[in-house]
Design a protein around this ligand. Structure first.
Ligand code: UTP
Length: 240
C-alpha cells in the first residue's frame, strides 16, 4: 500500500510526555526508534500521534504558576511544550510526517486527509493530551486509540503508591469512570485519562487501549498480533 492510501485505518497514539523527559540520556535514539516503527506500520495504517508535554511542561507550568499565571494560561504553556515535543517526532519522521503541527481539530482533519503521518500536541486548554487524543480519534474516525503511557495499564489503585495494585486486562468505561473520574484537573496535573477523555470514548464507542509506552508495545497494539498487553477499555457501544 502507498503511504498516501486513504483507505488505511487510522490509529491515534498518545505518546506519553515521559518519552521527552529532559533528563533521559537516550531521547534521540528512542525517538528515532519510535519514528522507524511508525514508518513501518504506515504501510497499512495511518498513525496520528499526539505528543504529551512531560516534565518540561510541568516545569514551565510550575514556574508560571509561581509568577501568578491563571490556569488557562498555564494550560496554554503546557500545550506549547507538547507542540515542541511533537516537532521532535516530526523531525525524526522526515518526509513521512505532515509538515505542520495542527492547532485545532479542523487542522487535524485536514492534516489526516493528506494520508501522511500526523503529529500534534495539545489543542485546547482545560484538558489533557489524553482528552485531546480521544477527540482526535473521534474526528478522524480512528479504528483505535492507543494511550501509550508510563504505567502498564489501568490498575485498581495507583501502582506508584500501592505495590499490590491489580492491573485490569479489560475494563468497562463505567468502572473506569469510578476509578479515574475523581482525578486532578489543574494545569500540569491531569492524570491517566481525565473525565473529558472518558466521556468522548464513551459517546463514540472508541476502541481504546492503555499500554506502557515502548516501541514493541505500540507496534503490537497497532498490528493486534495477539501479544497481550495493557488494558482494553470497553466502551459501552463499540462502533468500530
Ligand atoms: P499532558 O499532561 O497531557 O502531557 O500535557 P503528558 O505529560 O504527556 O501527560 P502524561 O503524563 O503522559 O499523561 C501537559 C499539560 O498541557 C496542558 C495541560 O495543562 C496538561 O497538564 N494541555 C495539554 C492542555 O491544556 N490541553 C491539551 O490539549 C493538552
Amino acid at each position: 500500500m502507498s503511504n498516501t492510501d486513504f483507505s488505511k485505518k487510522r490509529i491515534v497514539i498518545k505518546l506519553s510526555g515521559s518519552n521527552f523527559s529532559i533528563d533521559g540520556a537516550n531521547i534521540k535514539d528512542s525517538l528515532s526508534n519510535y519514528a522507524r516503527m511508525l514508518s513501518d506500520v504506515n504501510d497499512k495504517y495511518q498513525p496520528i500521534v499526539v505528543a504529551g508535554g512531560g516534565i518540561t511542561a510541568r516545569t514551565y507550568i510550575k514556574i508560571a504558576r509561581g509568577l501568578g499565571a491563571d490556569e488557562a494560561n498555564l494550560d496554554n504553556i503546557g500545550i506549547e511544550v507538547s507542540r515542541l515535543n511533537a516537532r521532535l517526532i516530526m523531525v525524526a519522521l522526515g518526509d513521512q510526517a505532515y509538515p505542520q503541527v495542527p492547532r485545532n481539530l479542523e487542522d487535524v482533519a485536514i492534516a489526516a486527509s493528506s494520508g501522511k503521518i500526523v503529529v500534534t500536541g495539545g489543542l485546547h486548554p482545560g484538558q489533557s493530551t489524553n482528552a485531546t487524543s480521544a477527540l482526535i480519534a473521534e474526528t478522524v474516525k480512528a479504528a483505535r486509540f492507543l494511550n501509550a503511557t508510563d504505567v502498564d495499564g489501568i490498575y485498581d489503585s495507583d501502582p506508584k503508591i500501592n505495590e499490590n495494585a491489580k492491573l485490569f486486562k479489560r475494563i468497562t468505561i463505567n468502572e473506569c469512570m469510578k476509578i479515574l473520574g475523581n482525578e486532578n484537573s489543574m494545569a500540569g496535573t491531569y492524570e491517566l485519562l481525565d473525565i473529558v477523555a472518558l466521556k468522548v470514548i464513551e459517546r463514540s464507542g472508541i476502541s481504546t487501549m492503555v499500554i506502557r509506552s515502548n516501541v514493541q508495545n505500540i507496534r503490537s497494539a497497532i498490528l493486534s498480533d495477539g501479544y497481550t498487553i495493557g488494558t482494553e477499555i470497553i466502551a459501552n457501544h463499540s462502533q468500530r
